[in-house]
Design a protein around this ligand. Structure first.
Ligand code: KG4
Ligand code: ZN
Length: 380
């Protein structure tokens, strides 16, 4: 097989990213320009600002990815770009630029589903380590700021296909981390802050009732009759945290923390800890424990029901240390091997997009010239 260099471009949310991946298994360069500082004052991603920042960053980010890889526009073999799901305006920046490059350079263009990218982040790193064996079916938990999805994946002639067997009915897990962190005055994005604060609290202090989904999701397009579903729900726990804050009159403390942290340019763990009382730390630890237990419980039930041989846990929340540790502890008794991406590859990046494009490149599954962004693109 000739060596292939694919340039990946990702702009679905708040990171502008470009990467070069060799033959689907070696990251040659990986550049991510984060917009966190832009969105931080608003406590979440502002779509209009995201598009503007992507426009600003896309050319230098792609240029740097090529330079870091010792490649040129002419030397790459194909261009891969995220088609969706994501913010339409943000996606369009990457897609328009990728289309322009493909047209000007006369190179094939490959459209990639962002969620397939997250799944291939795991595969890419395993291949990079020399592990080419994957036992199917693979169950993939994609858990990020916008998604909490369970996919059962099969492979045929190198092309993966996916069946959704579970999704969140309301908030995504990462969204719950972000909302709870914001609610407690810690700022955005909250997942990484909660991750670092949780070990300093007692996770057994606050008991959250387990999320209960009594009825099938009538709007669920993926649902086959009789097939067991493994849906998630995280808006309840967010409300429970809010109620706890009110019952324990924590408002004044939260406001004081918010103002104190706003005056620190890049708060460190010590700064967060200096402005956290024991009750808040216990609440943070209990919230994270409850999230982790729910994600693991449902995922392992799905492993058992589908007889999955391999488990991938990927997406921004897969960077969470307690989640990783708990999955690693629980997987052997569930009879499944669990794999995660490294922390930098858990969150949004373009190496995963270039890697997911490689089998499509080999199969000549190229994008039509008129393809466009699909904010709600489904993975199949
Ligand atoms: O995959 P990603 O970069 O973007 C989306 O596709 O959404 O995921 C971002 C999400 C955010 O909600 C962020 O708070 C969460 O992943 N996240 C974490 C951690 N690192 C990022 N959540 C929990 N623990 C972490 N260490
Ligand atoms: Zn993502």
């Amino acid at each position: 097989m000739p060596i292939t260099y694919i340039l990946g471009i990702e702009s679905s949310c708040d990171e502008t990213a470009a990467a070069v991946v060799r033959s689907g298994e070696q990251i040659v360069s990986n550049v991510v320009a984060s917009q966190v500082a832009t969105h931080q004052p608003f406590g979440g991603v502002v779509p209009e600002l995201a598009s503007r920042e992507h426009l600003r960053a896309i050319v230098p980010v792609v240029r740097k990815a090529l330079a870091d890889a010792n490649q040129t526009y002419e030397s790459i073999d194909a261009i891969a770009v995220t088609q969706g799901p994501g913010l339409a305006g943000a996606l369009l920046v990457g897609i328009s630029y990728a289309k322009g490059l493909s047209f000007a350079l006369n190179k094939p263009l490959i459209a990639v589903n962002h969620l397939e990218g997250h799944i291939h982040a795991v595969l890419l790193e395993e291949r990079q380590r020399g592990n080419h064996e994957v036992r199917f079916p693979v169950l993939a938990l994609v858990v990020s700021g916008g998604h909490t999805h369970l996919y059962l994946a099969q492979e045929s002639n190198g092309i993966w296909s996916y069946r959704n067997i579970g999704h969140t009915r309301d908030d995504a897990a990462g969204e719950a981390f972000d909302k709870v962190a914001k609610l407690l005055g810690y700022g955005y994005p909250g997942g990484p802050i909660i991750d670092r604060l949780a070990p300093h609290g007692d996770p057994s202090v606050v008991k959250f009732p387990p999320s209960q989904l009594k009825h099938p999701d009538r709007k669920d397009k993926d649902r086959l009759s009789d097939e067991p579903r493994f849906d998630f729900s995280y808006s309840g726990i967010k409300t429970a945290v809010l109620r706890y804050v009110e019952v324990h009159e924590m408002r004044a403390g939260i406001q004081a923390r918010q103002s104190a942290l706003a005056n620190i340019t890049k708060p460190k763990l010590e700064d967060y800890l200096a402005h956290s009382d024991k009750r808040t730390l216990d609440l943070v630890a209990s919230f994270q424990r409850s999230m982790v237990e729910d994600l693991i419980g449902k995922t392992l039930n799905a492993v058992e029901a589908t007889n999955a041989q391999t488990l991938f846990v990927t997406g921004g929340v897969a960077a969470n240390q307690e989640l990783r540790k708990s999955f690693e502890q629980a997987a052997p008794s569930a009879g499944v091997n669990v794999f995660f991406p490294s922390r930098p590859l858990s969150t949004d990046n373009a190496a995963m997009i270039a890697a997911a494009a490689y089998p499509k490149f080999l199969a000549k599954h190229f994008a039509a010239g008129d393809f466009s962004a699909e904010a709600g693109l489904r993975l199949q």
